[in-house]
Design a binder for this molecule. Structure first.
Ligand code: MF3
Ligand code: CO
Ligand code: CO
Length: 255
């Protein structure tokens, strides 16, 4: 199925949902410290989304997911389930927030470094962020999704890291995951051509070791097969008439 093109009214609602998701990440930042559990981070975000934002945490009960956010620590690639795990000095954690407001989704995630992290962890988080940013900066009408994937893959592999293939970005709107799939690897000029009004996420998962992953028996948690560290950043993007708008970026913040 081709991507849906959003109307001006729908785009306004996407902007609001995106802003709210970005604000949850900003709010939770100060809570990410050694000693806090991922379950406590979930509770804090859940309460904020429900009570302060009058919005809905999209992951909760999504295809059976049991919590309101995803927390992916160290060798967890994505979809980590919040629980009893305490953060400790040196950990890296991805917090992934998706909110529904007025029927529309905003989806964003970022890496947090807990206390003093090692040089590899720092470089991994930086390169993953640069990769997402390079992908975003490609976006304008007329380019193809393969151009985005190629830019991301090239940067990651130049830094001797690897791109996860099994999970990808996605169209987003009234549904959490819509067409098209946004692969974080690929060849220039391939796949869908972008047109104004498309909304999708870019969310590369970058492993310090090999690209392969393994699904834990809980049915959700995805880890690196070689137990290497993994990092991910995500934004929800709108294709505008001549470039892009980052719907989950807060005013005054960098991407
Ligand atoms: N937020 C994730 C994404 O970026 C999806 C999480 S699905 C869940 O697409 F069920 F684990 F929440
Ligand atoms: Co997403
Ligand atoms: Co997400």
């Amino acid at each position: 199925m081709p991507a849906t093109v959003k109307t001006t009214e729908q785009i306004d609602k996407m902007r609001e949902a995106g802003r709210l998701a970005g604000e949850v990440l900003r709010m939770v930042r100060d809570h990410v410290k050694p000693g806090i559990t991922t379950g406590e981070l979930d509770q804090i975000c859940h309460d904020y989304i429900i009570n302060e934002q009058q919005a809905i945490p999209a992951p909760l009960n999504y295809r059976g997911f049991p919590k309101s956010i995803c927390t992916s620590v160290n060798n967890v690639i994505c979809h980590g389930i919040p629980g009893e795990k305490k953060l400790k000095n040196g950990d890296i954690i991805n917090v992934d927030i998706t909110v529904i407001k007025d029927g529309f989704h905003g989806d964003t995630s970022k890496m947090f470094q807990v206390g003093d992290t090692g040089v590899l962890a720092q470089r991994l988080c930086r390169v993953a962020h640069e990769a997402m940013k390079l992908g975003i900066e490609m976006v304008r009408p007329g380019i193809h999704l393969g151009d985005i994937g190629h830019a991301i893959q090239t940067h990651v592999e130049q830094n001797r890291f690897s791109v996860v293939r099994e999970y990808c970005g996605h169209g987003i709107g009234e549904e959490f995951h819509e067409d098209p799939q946004v692969l974080h690897y690929g060849k220039p000029g391939t796949r869908e051509e972008l047109v104004p009004g498309m909304t999708f996420t870019i969310e590369p998962m970058v492993n310090a070791g090999k690209r392969f992953c393994r699904l834990l028996p809980d049915g959700w948690t995805v880890v690196t097969k070689d137990r290497s560290l993994s990092a991910q950043w995500e934004h929800t993007i709108l294709v505008t008439d001549d470039s892009y708008e980052v719907l989950t970026r807060l005013e005054g913040d960098d991407i």
